[in-house]
Structure formats: structure tokens, C-alpha cells
Design a binder for this molecule. Structure first.
Ligand SMILES: Cc1cc2nc3c(=O)[nH]c(=O)nc-3n(C[C@H](O)[C@H](O)[C@H](O)COP(=O)(O)OP(=O)(O)OC[C@H]3O[C@@H](n4cnc5c(N)ncnc54)[C@H](O)[C@@H]3O)c2cc1C
Length: 196
């Protein structure tokens, strides 16, 4: 993309080939999976965040502790205070997303980042848009790079065309971008200095 137009890639980069893939909505898949799991006898605790890992005598992870309930704003125990329960398991699988709070504790405790590439982070949004009939081609995937970011900044947009005239539209930028607002204000304050 440029400010006023767009140029197509002569070749679609290999990692953006979409042959053989299907669009699956996590918002639909996750509740379905939870229902299947509960049917198999799995206890699902929605609404309870794990607060800390729990260790056995040997120092290995044996589960998590759920956060206390009924704690007042000032941190004291209110009338409905209930201490968080411990959930023990043979295997504890952490799936907190990037930069999970329990993962951070364990990464530090077991030195898991040693000798590995540092994590990199991006910032993005995704919205679901309902468009007028005739503008959506279900299954079409469009990506863009370039404007509005400059050449030094990692980022781009995506449009995923769904059924019923809907599209997912989103944008992601690497979090190592230079803050244009602060560099502009630095520039303007230095130009003021020169004028003086
Ligand atoms: C804007 C944007 C658009 C994206 N679009 C796509 C896309 O179209 N297709 C695609 O394949 N990927 C997409 N991704 C990437 C995809 O969303 C992630 O790779 C994926 O969601 C990671 O899954 P996850 O299960 O590891 O973590 P997450 O999806 O982040 O799930 C972690 C979950 O754990 C919960 N949690 C965290 N800590 C605790 C705790 N202590 N106790 C209990 N629960 C906890 C969180 O609330 C969250 O629900 C997109 C990402 C972004 C930011």
C-alpha cells in the first residue's frame, strides 16, 4: 500500500499461500471444544483465573492455585472472602497466551529463556464487519504491507472474507516500532531550539 494507491506483489510469498487451509472461528471452536471436553468428564472452571503455580516437595510444578475471591479494594478480606483452591494434576499445561503471568514465573524459576531467542511482540486489532451484499467473496484472503507504516516498521493488514457478507478486518504492527509522535515532538522541539 502507498498513501494513495497499491501495487500487487508479482508473486505471493510462499508463507502466504493459503491452499488446503480452512478458516475456523476460534470464537465458535472453543465453546464447541469445551462442550466436547465436559462430555468426556473434564471439569471446566470458567471465570476462575489461575493466580500462581503450585510446586511439590521436589520443586516440580504440580498444579495451579486459583485467585482468592471476596478480596476488598484495599486488599483486605471481605465478608465473602474465600481462599483460592489448588488444582493438582499429573501434567500442568500452560496456555495463557503470550506473556502469561504464570509462564513468566516459571520461565524465571527454571531459567527457560536461557539460550533461546528473546520473545518478540506485536500489537493488533481485529474487527468483524457486516458489509452490503455483493462486496464479499467468501473464502478470499487479502493481506497488505506498507502504508500507513514506514519502510522500517513491521506491520500489515488482513481482510478475511466470511459468509453472510461479513469480513474480518485487522491490522498488526511489531512492538519495536519507533513512536512517531515522540520523534515528531523531539524534532519540533529541536527545531525550536535552533530558532532560538
Ligand atoms: C489482532 C489479531 C488477529 C489475529 N488473527 C488471527 C487469525 O486470523 N488467524 C490465526 O490463525 N491467528 C490469528 N491471530 C493469532 C492468534 O490469535 C494467536 O496465535 C492465538 O490466539 C494464540 O492462542 P493461545 O491459546 O496460545 O493464546 P490466547 O488465544 O491468548 O489464549 C490465552 C487464554 O488464556 C487466558 N488466560 C491467561 N492467563 C490466564 C490465567 N492465569 N488463568 C486463566 N486463564 C488465563 C486468556 O484470558 C486467554 O483466553 C491473531 C492475533 C491478533 C492479536
Amino acid at each position: 500500500m502507498t498513501r494513495s494507491g497499491a501495487t500487487r506483489f508479482p508473486l505471493v510469498p510462499r508463507q502466504m499461500h493459503n491452499a488446503g487451509n480452512f478458516i475456523i472461528s476460534l470464537g465458535q471452536l472453543t465453546p464447541w471444544l469445551a462442550g466436547e471436553a465436559e462430555g468426556l468428564g473434564v471439569d471446566v472452571f470458567p471465570g476462575f483465573a489461575a493466580a500462581s503455580p503450585v510446586f511439590d516437595e521436589a520443586g516440580a510444578v504440580k498444579g495451579v492455585r486459583i485467585g482468592d475471591m471476596g478480596v476488598l479494594k484495599d486488599g483486605t478480606q471481605g465478608p465473602n472472602y474465600t481462599p483460592g483452591a489448588e488444582v493438582h494434576a499429573k501434567v500442568t499445561l500452560l496456555a495463557e497466551g503470550c506473556r502469561g503471568s504464570i509462564a513468566k514465573v516459571l520461565i524465571q524459576r527454571f531459567n527457560l529463556a536461557q539460550g533461546h531467542n528473546p520473545q518478540t511482540f506485536g500489537l493488533g486489532f481485529k474487527e468483524l464487519w457486516q458489509l452490503p451484499a455483493g462486496r464479499v467473496e467468501a473464502g478470499l484472503i487479502q493481506h497488505s504491507v506498507g502504508w500507513p507504516v514506514d519502510r522500517k516498521t513491521y506491520g500489515g493488514s488482513f481482510l478475511y472474507h466470511l459468509d453472510n457478507n461479513r469480513v474480518y478486518v485487522g491490522y498488526v504492527a511489531g512492538l519495536d516500532y519507533a513512536d512517531r509522535a515522540s520523534s515528531l515532538s523531539r524534532r519540533s522541539s529541536s527545531s525550536r531550539t535552533i530558532r532560538r
